[in-house]
Design a protein around this ligand. Structure first.
Ligand SMILES: [Zn+2]
Length: 317
């Protein structure tokens, strides 16, 4: 059994590796640009990083990998990845052959984020930890007693493609032309991602294009405007928080987690933590809500740390 594990975060723009010891101390870290569009280069990139890390810690050890999308239970190939060149490939088998190591564990990146925060991050004292990533898109993962709740269909913690609850008539009308990439309407992700805030602002200034991938102002710019006392930006942010609160309350009413951990770019907005608890409680059955909503302790490193904790979760360390 190894005292170390490796974690790899296979991001859309960066691929990162860390080595953790069994106490969670980081012993090695390296980050390179992701070669987009080529599966063969992905294998080459990860193999190179694994070799570098193993040379540094001087041992072969189990490897966890955070991937966009999931690994199909039926075919073992990756599906639903927005890094489309991964889809349809058996990454575990191909990487095992490339680095001569069978102890490789693949997991959805939002699940890795939640695992990292549940093991030794902002959710470490909770039994049921719900981790939400609010970035360009939105992802979510559930961890129960330090184990990822994957679910029979690998849908555990999947919240972004359920409809946002308690939509007003006006919201339904205003957002009727917003499409989600999954093909459905009123998906939670379209509202609560940073892109959701950008859509709202674009609509308010009549510059919304349903086919656009980028909107006139970034979420960062809108928050800067809010901090400069721009009334429109403040109103958009208020709407954003209300929608996020409804999305959260819906699942608190069902799962009632011990702690909710926020990650992704939107989690860096301090005002969210002031406003959210009260907004959420408006939609809580019975009105009593004291669940901590906290910022991720490891920020952008949660995904790669969670990947490194995967071997331990599978008792392979
Ligand atoms: Zn959707």
């Amino acid at each position: 059994m190894s005292k170390f594990s490796l974690g790899v975060d296979l991001g859309g723009t960066k691929t990162e590796i860390i080595a953790l010891d069994d106490k969670g101390n980081e012993c090695f870290r390296k980050r390179v640009s992701t070669v987009k569009g080529s599966y063969a280069d992905t294998i080459k990139t990860i193999s190179g990083l694994v070799n570098d890390a193993q040379k540094h810690i001087n041992c072969q050890c189990p490897i966890g990998i955070a991937i966009p999308g999931t690994v199909s239970n039926k075919t073992n190939v990756i599906k639903n990845a927005n890094s489309f060149w991964l889809n349809g490939h058996d990454l575990k088998a191909d990487l095992s052959a490339a680095v001569n190591n069978d102890a490789i564990f693949l997991e959805n990146d939002a699940n890795c984020f939640a695992l990292s925060e549940a093991v030794d991050g902002a959710g470490k004292d909770g039994s049921l930890v719900w981790g939400l990533i609010l970035g360009t898109g939105s992802g979510s993962g559930l961890v129960h007693d330090k184990k990822i709740w994957r679910g029979r269909n690998l849908l555990g913690g999947e919240w972004g493609h359920n409809p946002l609850p308690w939509l007003s008539e006006a919201e339904m009308q205003d957002w009727a032309d917003v499409k989600c990439f999954c093909g459905k309407k009123n998906c939670t992700e379209t509202f609560v991602s940073g892109t959701g805030l950008e859509r709202e602002y674009a609509k308010r200034i009549n510059q919304f294009d349903p086919d656009a991938l980028v909107y006139p102002f970034s979420s960062l710019q809108i928050i800067e405007k809010m901090h400069a006392h721009d009334e429109l930006a403040s109103e958009c942010f208020k709407d954003y928080v209300s929608r996020l609160a409804r999305a959260i309350a819906n699942y608190v009413n069902f799962l009632d987690p011990d702690v909710i951990v926020l990650g992704g770019g939107m989690s860096n907005i301090d005002e969210i933590y002031d406003l959210l608890p009260n907004e959420v409680s408006k939609y809580i059955f019975g009105g009593e809500f004291d669940t901590p909503i906290v910022k991720a302790q490891f920020g952008g490193s949660s995904g790669v740390r969670g990947a490194a904790w995967l071997p331990d979760m599978h008792n392979a360390m």
